[in-house]
Ligand binder design. Structure first.
Ligand code: RB5
Length: 163
């Protein structure tokens, strides 16, 4: 079964998203959450949250969000519980972030990188899988604990300390 990938972009990433949809649609099931037209007045959080919702709900297994720098998309997507979004402009981080940290959303800055590097980055990201090694699970669990504590409104420091 094909991996389902949600893609979203504001005006800053609009053209690159369209290129990436063309590149990926043969090998992946694509959920394009917009923008569907180039609107210089649109806002990156609207597309970031649409991708984040799709991934957090399980509607898509991975997400890709593109804005001008990739920064705003990353900040917004990480507000959604269950999302581990990262801005990666090097191929090592694009796959290692999945293998070690279970990154589930890749953010890109279309004003920073070219379309060929973007294609290599999304390929590295989508072909990678979480290693599941014990020490990576332990670290991921600590990240998930931080998220749960924040959702409960607790200011307690991490119970396990700096072990
Ligand atoms: C839009 O002009 C730009 O600010 C946005 O795409 C993004 O770069 C924000 O991080």
């Amino acid at each position: 079964m094909k991996l389902r990938v949600a893609l979203g972009a504001d005006h800053g990433g609009f053209a690159l998203k369209n290129e990436l949809v063309k590149l990926l649609e043969e090998s992946y099931e694509i959920l394009d959450v917009g923008a569907y037209t180039l609107d210089p007045q649109d806002d990156y959080p609207d597309f970031a949250i649409a991708v984040a919702r799709a991934v957090a709900s399980g509607e898509a297994q991975r997400g890709i969000i593109i804005c001008g720098s990739g920064v705003g998309a990353c900040v917004a997507a990480n507000k959604m519980p269950g999302i581990r979004a990262c801005l990666c402009h090097d191929t090592y981080s694009a796959h290692q972030g999945v293998e070690h940290d279970d990154m589930n959303v890749l953010c890109l800055g279309a004003r920073v990188i070219g379309d060929k590097l973007a294609a290599e980055l999304v390929t590295a990201f989508l072909q990678a899988s979480f290693s599941g090694e014990e020490h990576h699970r332990r670290r991921l669990q600590k990240v998930l604990d931080i998220e749960q504590q924040a959702l409960r409104g607790s200011n307690d420091s991490h119970e396990s300390g700096a072990k």
